[in-house]
Design a protein around this ligand. Structure first.
Ligand SMILES: [Zn+2]
Ligand SMILES: [Zn+2]
Length: 504
């Protein structure tokens, strides 16, 4: 791995020579030369503005105002959630070089068939955490075809893509001496769930399924890469693309961080999205501050002494011990956590004993602890340990308490959430934006990136009740309305380009 150093240059921000993009190659016959792309090519030629072309990542003439209006009109007539893109309430667009929301969305819609094709390929070939070899190879092949440089080897399957912009660095950005750098993230892994959908693109791998939408995230990031690599002169600095393994299992974000993906140059902001089955397609949801809980796994072993169950005074009953420990641990939540804070202590397994008339000498429990406020995390874990040990000891036995730290709580940077929210507003209109007051107790390893750089993790609507797309994440019927991917691509293009141009 090892990232080479970048230096900020004056003027056109010619980036460090070690990392110049490779010469643009004509894509070979194969994946990209699809019928869909052929149609897109034809449509592109008919249009007055041009889509970033794979053949020429730096070609995209700026829109004249009349062309921009034509694009807005086209968006106004498009279905689902697009009607407000041309809202007269749209804020003043940044300087002339900045990408407009209308441009980004129109281009994202143009490449949607290509993005869908990629997503369906991933969907049919799901791979579990740290086994994403095929997926990683596809990502690398597509980046290569786009002329996007990348590094590999992060946790085995992680990929870091690099798209330097050639746009002018603003005076303010130049003053801080840092190469403007932003990171966008996708996760590659699937889940051990049998796909129960009846669709042509259902999983071909028994017992494995993209039931959390990571196929969608990866396809969106590839679509974003395609647009940004064709619009390099429209933004300064550097876009880093984080394709990480194992979000669902071991926190694959840590491999990219340990491999230096956020350094040299240092990432100043990081943006990630997650599909949301409760949110209609064409909508976005945001959390300011805390979005997800932390998680820790607890394993308790309660040791007693076996005897005939008819004569309990002759032993130490590990089952009675377990019953009291489980009840008492609920009091950790109700009596050691401030009523205004949130914590969950749940046990999912309990095993012990051999027969009804033999007193159990050992009971093992495993559970999970979810906490929103990082300040109380250590206190809750400490109270769990003390409570289990104290009760076991009082009953004449002993407790072994193992706590395996899980993911950190995910805390968004409010300034970055505002930036993304504003981009969403110009894309889909105020009425299609939801701000969620309450964080959720699920976990997400995007939290680790936020320990190193401010950023925002937000939700992308994928639900479509009319089409029966209503199943939740991690369910065997889970699917998305693929139109969501145009919004996902458009907003990430805007997040990256606008951050690089304007800073926070
Ligand atoms: Zn998941
Ligand atoms: Zn997920």
């Amino acid at each position: 791995m090892g990232t080479a150093r970048w230096e900020q240059r004056d003027g056109n921000s010619e980036m460090g020579t070690a990392r110049q993009a490779r010469p643009v190659k004509e894509p070979k016959d194969g994946h990209l030369r699809t019928q869909a792309l052929g149609k897109l090519q034809k449509r592109r030629e008919e249009r007055t503005w041009s889509l970033p072309r794979l053949e020429s990542p730096s070609v995209n003439p700026r829109q004249a105002p009349s062309q921009a209006r034509a694009t807005v009109r086209r968006i106004e007539s498009a279905p689902t959630g697009l009607s407000q893109a041309g809202d007269p309430g749209m804020p003043t667009e940044p300087p002339i070089e900045a990408l407009s929301a209308a441009e980004a969305l129109a281009a994202a819609q143009e490449i949607l068939p290509w993005v869908c094709e990629i997503r369906r390929d991933f969907h049919q070939h799901p791979e579990l955490g740290l086994e994403e070899h095929r997926t990683s190879a596809r990502v690398q092949a597509l980046l290569r075809e786009m002329g996007v440089e990348f590094e590999t080897g992060f946790g085995g399957t992680g990929v870091l893509g690099l798209i330097p912009g050639s746009g002018q660095v603003s005076a303010e950005r130049k003053a801080d001496g840092q190469v403007p750098t932003v990171a966008l993230r996708a996760d590659l892994d699937a889940l051990p769930i049998q796909d129960a959908k009846d669709v042509p693109y259902k999983s071909k791998i028994p017992g494995k399924m993209h039931a959390c939408g990571h196929d969608v995230h990866t396809a969106i990031l590839l679509g974003t890469a395609r647009l940004l690599s064709g619009w390099r002169e429209r933004f300064p600095g550097l876009v880093k693309l984080l394709f990480q393994p194992a979000e669902e299992t071991v926190g694959g974000a840590k491999f990219l961080i340990a491999g230096g993906a956020l350094e040299n140059p240092k990432v100043e902001a990081v943006f990630g999205l997650h599909v949301d089955s409760e949110l209609e397609v064409g909508r976005f949801a945001f959390h300011f501050g805390q979005r997800n809980a932390s998680s820790d796994t607890v394993r308790l072993i309660l040791n007693g002494r076996s005897c005939h169950a008819a004569y309990p005074a002759g032993g130490v009953d590990a089952i009675v011990m377990a019953a009291q420990v489980v009840s008492a641990l609920q009091a950790v939540v109700s009596r050691n956590v401030d009523a205004r804070d949130s914590a969950v202590v749940s046990f999912g397994t309990i095993h012990g004993g051999t027969q009804g008339n033999i007193m159990a000498d050992r009971v093992e429990l495993t559970g999970t602890v979810r906490i929103l406020d990082t300040r109380i995390r250590q206190r809750v874990l400490q109270r769990i340990r003390e409570t289990a040990e104290g009760i076991a000891s009082a009953l004449g036995g002993s407790a072994e308490v193992e706590i395996e730290p899980g993911y950190d709580a995910l805390v968004n940077d409010d300034g970055m959430v505002k930036l993304v929210q504003e981009n969403a507003r110009v894309l889909v209109g105020q009425d299609s934006i939801v701000v969620r007051e309450r964080p959720n107790m699920g976990v997400e390893d995007f939290a680790y990136y936020l320990n190193h750089a401010p950023g925002a993790f937000f939700s992308l609507g994928v639900r479509n009740e009319e089409r029966g797309i209503v199943h939740g994440e991690h369910q065997e019927g889970f699917d998305v309305d693929e139109a969501c991917m145009a919004y996902g691509v458009a907003i990430q293009v805007l997040n990256a380009s606008r951050f690089l141009q304007l800073g926070r």
